[in-house]
Design a protein around this ligand. Structure first.
Ligand code: SAM
Length: 211
């Protein structure tokens, strides 16, 4: 799989990846990590966990990867990949997956869940692993993306009636889902959460599942 370290890209094989994960008690993956702020911040706080940020946008990944390389943060890997093309090395590695404020087909796969898409998420997780999703799109604030992907308006009814049952059908267990307040958003260490906290009001939802 392709890994960004600073502004360098290298190919890591399964054996090398296993060596990298070896010494850690947990592995947590942030899918659609963007600039990688979330995994960087968490890697500094929890040294026993290997954090893996995944995003197709290589230039975005370089932002926090350069910082991490300079500071020699060891428990952090940035992988260039999309949800559709996830490297096989990541299969059944994650104790936890985060998907925060997804866009594009990653978002589409969550709000219009299909068996194939949900199985991809399941495949990443270890037994009893957890999946934490934060959604915050709005038709009136992102009209072109909503139209392009034909996204349904997001509200608790959609989550309750469509999203959660589809996840449960693929053997995810819904632990909790709720609307987040701006204060709760303040505790989420992603760049997008910081932007939305001070932006126009919109509904934000958190969904937590376990395998
Ligand atoms: C709004 S940004 C959020 C980034 C970060 N999670 C945050 O909260 O700051 C959405 C991210 O989803 C990524 N994305 C879009 N489609 C994707 C896909 N198919 N697979 C993985 N990531 C995707 C984009 O590259 C972008 O970085």
């Amino acid at each position: 799989m392709r890994v960004v370290t600073g502004n360098k890209i290298e190919e890591i094989n399964k054996q090398k990846f296993q060596e990298m994960t070896g010494g850690y008690s947990r592995v947590e993956i942030d899918l659609g990590t963007g600039d990688g702020r979330f995994v960087y911040k968490n890697a500094l706080l929890r040294k026993d966990t290997l954090f893996i940020g995944v995003d197709p946008a290589e230039k975005q990944l370089e932002i926090y990867s350069k910082k991490a390389a300079k500071e020699k943060v060891q428990n952090l890997i940035y992988v260039v990949s999309s949800f559709e093309m996830l490297p096989s090395e990541l299969r059944e590695t994650a104790d936890k997956i985060y998907v925060s404020f997804p866009w594009g087909t990653l978002l589409e796969n969550i709000v219009k869940p299909t068996k194939g898409g949900l199985d991809k998420l399941l495949e990443l997780l270890k037994e009893k692993g957890e999946l934490e999703i934060i959604l915050g799109y709005a038709q009136e604030l992102e009209p072109s993306e909503t139209k392009r992907l034909n996204l349904p308006p997001i509200h608790l009814g959609l989550i309750n009636d469509i999203i959660v049952p589809a996840f449960e059908d693929r053997s995810f267990h819904a632990k909790e889902f709720y609307e987040m307040s701006k204060e709760q958003l303040g505790g989420v260490e992603t760049t997008w959460a910081k932007k939305l906290r001070f932006g126009r009001d919109r509904k934000i939802y958190k969904l937590v599942f376990s395998k």
